[in-house]
Design a protein around this ligand. Structure first.
Ligand code: NAX
Length: 325
């Protein structure tokens, strides 16, 4: 069956890095034909058309059609996977309330369009920032869609953590298992080495505590800013790569003996208030994310998880006060 994948912000830089990989089969696998639906704002539709021309010119065998629209109702009609990438960035002098409100104006209507028009098996990944709270806004506008289908991306943070640890220990990333990003996709996120394993042994025991606290955690959390500083533009190909990883694993499952990180609606696990869309250690089984249970959380980790979750609570309360959820 052909899977319809809707990408918002399709003419943006993540969109450009993402669409070709979806069309080539990397999102869902080499046996699954895809139809792409590109949603953009009216001013950017022409640019999306240009990207669509290039997609045509790749002659991807799995690509069974491209639609372009500035109307969410059309773009999400029959969608099986929705990648919500387009968002309102924070501009100079913008207060947090303004930012949340502007994004509410995007993610509320898109959530409603998903509710009314998407396929029954719709899976939503929010990439556009503030991703966790944008996902919450979209979810609350879609009461007929199971809440668990709304997720936000922390896989880029997860991959950054793998790469930083691999470099530190001089091992291939594939030797690292059970990495976790907890909390918000923001500078308060907590990359956890107390459950991560390298060569079967706990990662935190293989690095100096100062490095873990003063280098590793801030480097992972502030990597986005470092990329902007170096590249003069924010992460694009790595963000697209992480979106591919997230949806691929959601649909196809995570490997035995390992887990990954995704921001999913909390069921109250690890003291995270129920309903918050927070990053957890997760496995995917039978097409559903499950939070890994039973991990012991020491005081060091507890403090950092609580800080990031506290920020998510504040964001939720702010969008609630604005009437966006
Ligand atoms: P760009 O500014 O290059 O592209 C955004 C695109 O979204 C533009 O083409 C714009 O026209 C479109 N857009 C805006 N409002 C829209 C709407 N209502 N409907 C459809 N399209 C709309 O940004 P890009 O670098 O692609 O980044 C996109 C988002 O990803 C940003 O919010 C960014 O902050 C976020 N990121 C999230 C990451 C994560 O790990 N969760 C990492 C990378 C990235 O920073």
């Amino acid at each position: 069956m052909t899977v319809k994948v809707t990408v918002t912000g399709a003419a943006g830089q993540i969109g450009y890095a993402l669409l070709f990989r979806i069309a080539s089969g990397q999102l869902l696998g080499a046996d699954t034909p895809v139809k792409l639906s590109l949603l953009e704002i009216p001013q950017a539709v022409k640019s999306a058309e240009g990207t669509a021309m290039e997609l045509d010119d790749c002659a991807f065998p799995l690509l069974r059609g491209i639609e372009i629209s500035d109307d969410p109702a059309k773009a999400f009609d029959g969608a099986n996977v929705a990648l919500l990438v387009g968002a309102r960035p924070r501009t100079k002098g913008m207060e947090r309330g303004d930012l949340l409100e502007a994004n509410g104006g995007i993610f509320g209507p898109q959530g409603k369009a998903i509710n009314d028009h998407a396929a029954d098996d719709i899976r939503v990944l929010v990439v556009g920032n503030p991703a966790n709270t944008n996902a919450l806004i979209a979810q609350s506008a879609a009461p007929d869609v199971p809440a668990e289908r709304f997720t936000a991306m922390t896989r880029l943070d997860h991959n950054r953590a793998l790469s930083q640890l691999a470099a530190k220990l001089n091992v291939p990333v594939a030797e690292i298992k059970k990495m976790t990003i907890w909390g918000n996709h923001s500078a308060t996120q907590y990359p956890d080495l107390f459950h991560a394993e390298v060569g079967g042994k706990i990662a935190a025991e293989q690095v100096e505590q100062e490095w873990l606290r003063d280098t590793f955690i801030p480097t992972v959390a502030k990597r986005g800013a470092a990329i902007i500083e170096a590249r003069g533009a924010s992460s694009a190909a790595s963000a697209a790569n992480a979106a591919i990883d997230h949806v691929h694993d959601w649909v196809n499952g995570t490997p035995e003996g390992d887990w990954t990180s995704a921001a999913i609606p909390s069921d109250g696990s690890y003291g995270v208030p129920e309903g918050l869309i927070s990053s957890f250690p997760v496995v995917s089984r039978n097409g559903r994310w499950e939070i890994v249970q039973g991990l012991e959380i020491d005081a060091f980790s507890r403090e950092r998880i609580d800080a990031s979750v506290g920020e998510l609570v504040e964001e939720r309360d702010a969008v609630r006060a604005l009437g966006l959820i």
